[in-house]
Ligand binder design. Sequence first.
Ligand SMILES: Cc1ncc(COP(=O)(O)O)c(C=O)c1O
Length: 401
Amino acid sequence: MSAKTSFDTLKAREEKVLCRTYGRYPLAVARAEGTRLYDYEGNEYLDLLAGIAVVNLGHCRPELTKVMCEQSARLVHVSNLFYQEPQLDLAERLLATCGLGKAFFCNSGAEANEAAIKLARRYQRKVRGRDAYEIVTFEGSFHGRTLGTLGATGQARFRDGFEPLPKGFLNVPWNDADALRAAVGGRTAAVLVEMVQGEGGVRPMTPEFAAVIQDVCRASGALFMVDEIQTGLGRSGRMWAFQHFGVGPDVVTVAKGLANGLPMGAMLCTDEAAKGFEPGTHATTFGGGGVVAAVAAKVLDILVADRLPEHAAEMGAYALETLGALRAKHPDKIADVRGLGLLVGVELTSSGQDVWRELFERRIVLNLTQGNVLRIAPPLVVSREDIDAYVTALDEVLTTL
Ligand SMILES: Cc1ncc(COP(=O)(O)O)c(C=O)c1O
């Protein structure tokens, strides 16, 4: 390790040159492989966070590196003024997994949701002739950090200091059918919802509520839009989380795991909803570029070939079972264990800072949401032994703290 790469040196350099937007973990990652991170001294960490639910196939997967190198030697960027085959390969694969008709590619989750919001408004006005602009979202939701998606996000702490935000968003209580029925009406362009609120503390939707959302959307003409930015592409134990609930959204947004760590997002919609956009109405310079699209197409091939949604279902069920047993052992410290697939939360009865820190000392990386919910969102290739390592460490920590 050279003086240049010591943790303290990196920290000091960062303080000089980067905006203070991130509360960082006390770790500088030098390299990563599979489900493991390594610092500059060669210490190994078990990564149960996957770059916040992004690196679904594991870090530095050789098949993806190969596609990245080959495509970047052939063509990196020409802009969306041109026809590009990798985009089409990806769109065909993605749409086949969810039964939707059209894709729009962009560069992040927030941009995918922005595209969905803009599509809903324009579809209602220009195609349906309805003056319906309101987007209904839910308390505790998280949809991104742009001004538009902050308007949609149902957590005041993310908005603090940024007002005024764009108008036309209505936040209703989570899993509350009556409140939703009262909120949706003639002005509603769309309902935008996560099937499992991730940032909101790993709170799954109830199946009854999913059916009500679909019903009120169909009855009012609003689009049913699902934010699968975190839950999509196998993480929930199926390719898409909505597939657990027997519903059929008009719009699905995805990002995070799409290109296994390269920045990419997509808004997928029905052919009918897609009529809301025409050439020139919405665009992005980089969206769906050759390298990210080629990598994402390969990600989808591997997800299917390696049956990773099924593996995520199995590992997620195992995590819920073993953590459930831990809850029975520590009823005074664990209030709840919940999740879907490999998005699993442990709600503690009090602040989780010390527990998080003790796990980190044991070189286990996960995150803490809402101050008291330990969240794991590991690479989908995580093993039973990796989950055992987490549960054993958590048991130790809860016993000693
Ligand atoms: C459900 C959900 N929507 C939207 C976003 C925003 O995605 P991005 O950070 O790529 O803009 C996130 C990010 O955590 C998310 O979890």
